[in-house]
Design a protein around this ligand. Structure first.
Ligand code: PHE
Length: 359
């Protein structure tokens, strides 16, 4: 019995060493320790051995079983590592290769446009500020120098929410100018901010949506004047529309919160019914702006005898439509994937001034 056992150990150990891969090793395990395996059969043979020899034989067999199991486990580790090495060699991944952006979805034109605005104004030293979509009559109108019965309160097609307990009317902000007030009341001048965000007016057709987007700009310090306003906005228009010779015109206008107030037009042509930006003898209005009214500064605790500056506001959706030739505003908010695939932007190619903003 013991001789037979030694021979079996020798053979099985050789088989374990010779197993070339994990399936072969599993076959060896079954041949040795499986229900009909060699070691199992020897164990079953114990009952035929004389009782006095049985104990030694049993112990020797258990040792053999332990040794085989240990050898199998060791070989399995080795083969596992080798298998992993082999697999890793076939699965190399070159991280320097550009990804295939098709599967990553698309950036919405509004997000893209906001990112472009941040890039352009960021390079001019503006930082981004934000405020709440739900605001009150004070921030949306009163502090912005709208008198109590000012007709512009009606012109804004305001959505009203239930008033506060103290009677203060609550509104969905009709413009991002609310954040001029919030910024100036919260900190000390100088200020140089842009405020992209959602705005709301009860109005709906192909170019108006009850929820739309604006970007506000505010510059307040001791020296900024109308010349800075013009330079800043001319530079912006040409950078954003990527037309170095884009004509830009300033036309007198009226807002309660700026004096003087101006509207900005960019050059275009409408020949043959097709709108084309650039020098074409025609004009298209794109934003409102002006020098911040002294009353607004006063309402925010900023001394108008010392500080001055300009503000502007423009529709983000509108400039996105113009730049990217999107004819209808409504699908912007339909979450239609086909529209997004068509008009959206590749995620891994974010706009930058150095990269030419958008390609
Ligand atoms: N808030 C104005 C609007 O919504 C735009 C504007 C902002 C005009 C700042 C002048 C200065 O129409």
């Amino acid at each position: 019995m013991l001789d037979q056992l030694e021979a079996t150990r020798g053979e099985l150990m050789k088989l374990v060493d010779a197993a070339a891969d994990l399936p072969a090793l599993e076959a060896v395990r079954v041949a040795a320790l499986g229900k009909k395996g060699r070691v199992t059969q020897l164990m079953q043979g114990l009952k035929d051995i004389a009782p006095e020899a049985r104990r030694d034989a049993g112990q020797a067999l258990n040792r053999l079983k332990d040794e085989i199991e240990a050898a199998l486990a060791k070989r399995k580790d080795g083969l596992g590592e080798a298998a992993l090495d082999a697999r890793l060699k076939t699965e190399t991944l070159d991280l320097t290769l550009p990804t295939r952006p098709g599967g990553l979805g698309r950036i919405h034109p509004i997000s893209q446009t906001i990112e472009e605005l941040v890039q352009i104004f960021g390079a001019m030293g503006f930082s981004v500020a934000e405020g709440p979509d739900i605001d009150d009559d004070f921030h949306n109108f009163t502090a912005l120098n709208f008198g109590p019965d000012h007709p512009a309160r009606q012109m804004h097609d305001t959505f009203y929410l239930p008033p506060r307990p103290d009677g203060m009317p609550v509104v969905l902000r009709t413009h991002t100018s609310t954040v001029q007030i919030r910024t100036m009341m919260k900190a000390k001048p100088p200020f140089r901010i842009i405020v992209p965000g959602r705005t709301f007016r009860s109005d709906s057709d192909a170019t108006h949506s009850p929820m739309f987007h604006q970007v506000e700009g505010l510059v307040i310090d001791e020296t900024t004047h109308m010349g800075h306003l013009k330079g800043c906005l001319i530079d912006f228009c040409r950078a954003f529309f990527q037309l170095d010779d884009l004509p830009v015109r300033f036309r007198p206008s009226y807002f309660p919160f700026t004096e003087p107030s101006v509207e900005v037009d960019i050059g275009c042509s409408r020949k043959g019914g097709e709108l084309k930006l650039g020098a074409g003898g025609d004009w298209l209005e794109i934003l409102g702006c002006g020098m911040v009214h002294p009353n607004v500064l006063k309402n925010c605790g900023v001394d108008p005898t010392r500080y001055q500056g300009f503000a502007f506001g423009m529709g983000i959706d509108r400039i996105a439509m113009l730049k990217y030739g999107i004819p209808d505003l409504r699908p912007f908010f339909d979450a239609d994937l086909r529209w997004l695939r068509h008009y959206g932007f590749v995620p891994l190619d974010p706009p930058s001034l150095a990269g030419g903003l958008s390609r």
